[in-house]
Design a protein around this ligand. Structure first.
Ligand SMILES: Nc1ncnc2c1ncn2[C@@H]1O[C@H](COP(=O)(O)OP(=O)(O)OP(=O)(O)O)[C@@H](O)[C@H]1O
Ligand SMILES: [Mg+2]
Length: 280
């Protein structure tokens, strides 16, 4: 009997959060770094199905850094990063698009469908969702700067209770493909949709300080300080830039959480303590 009451209490503890978040748009960035273990991928899909069923309008944007690196390795194409961005020549761009729009997008979409959700995988090129131009052609190659977000296709899917799963590839002039850092794609989409939350799942506890300790709360000043003193590097640079962009566009909070922890999404959304870093 006691354990039944305990179970009921656990379920009920989510009630205030469900009441608060029902009907809101959450953009969830599923980092390539977090897409490792098959069990965790399934847990992620089930968490998303639950979020949708309690009335949250979930939009997924995914990365694919690890998969892209391993494909490039197999093809003997060198990976090279500048400022946390992948330098993308024409050959690299083909691999990036194959990995993101082909393999990873369909893997996430099919897991969601297998767990009972309606989900449709698209890239930023579909319906002209993301339009981009070169960020700095000489320095980064086909890394795109997003010029325009046309959210019509996302709204059409959400209206039908279909979860959009978006690969961060954008459409350029003459139908060129641009590689967009997935964090920046997620923030541009979150800003356009006026999402109330953005959540970045990565392969780290959250934002860490110089001693490797978790920083649970950050704001713009703190981010500038961490950037200036070199505490943040690599993929964390665009992630924090993207976080600030979401907040400036009106999101109430951005969460950076550990995708290696099972059900980290549910813990962050439906409990008081949360588990990662929150930017407000
Ligand atoms: N101060 C910091 N705190 C936490 N992580 C940091 C910090 N500085 C640099 N990083 C790096 O940022 C990485 C996360 O960004 P990364 O781009 O690698 O992953 P992702 O965005 O989740 O995946 P993908 O880019 O494939 O979507 C961490 O694994 C860590 O190595
Ligand atoms: Mg990244």
């Amino acid at each position: 009997m006691k354990s039944h009451i305990k179970t009921a209490e656990i379920i009920l503890s989510a009630l205030p959060y469900i009441q608060k978040f029902r009907g809101q748009v959450f953009v969830i960035k599923y980092g390539g770094a977090a897409q490792t273990d098959e069990g965790l991928k399934s847990d992620f899909a089930r968490d998303i199905v639950l979020l949708q069923l309690v009335g949250i309008k979930v939009v997924i944007v995914h990365g694919g850094g690890k998969k892209i690196n391993s494909l490039l390795d197999k093809l003997n194409i060198e990976s090279h990063f500048e400022d946390g961005l992948r330098v993308t020549n024409k050959d690299t761009m083909e691999v990036v698009e194959m990995a993101l729009s082909g393999l990873i997008n369909k893997e996430i979409t099919s897991l969601l469908v297998a767990h009972g959700a309606r989900a449709v995988g698209i890239s930023g090129k579909d319906d002209g969702l993301l339009r981009a131009s070169a960020f700095n052609l000489e320095k980064y190659g086909f890394v795109g700067k997003i010029d325009e977000v046309n959210e019509a296709v996302i709204n059409a899917l959400l209206k039908e209770d279909i979860i959009p799963v978006i690969a961060p590839i954008a459409l350029g002039a003459n139908a060129t493909s641009y590689n967009i850092n997935a964090d920046l794609a997620a923030s541009a989409i979150a800003a356009k949709l006026k999402a109330s939350k953005a959540i970045f799942l990565s392969d780290i506890k959250g934002v860490l300080d110089k001693n490797g300790e978790l920083i649970s709360k950050l704001d713009e000043a703190k981010i500038a300080e961490l950037k200036n003193d070199g505490t943040i590097s690599g993929g964390m640079i665009p992630k924090l830039e993207a976080s600030l962009e979401c907040i400036k566009a009106g999101a109430k909070a951005v969460h950076i959480i550990d995708g290696r922890v099972a059900h980290s999404l549910l813990l962050e959304i439906f409990t008081d303590e949360g588990i990662g870093s929150v930017i407000r």
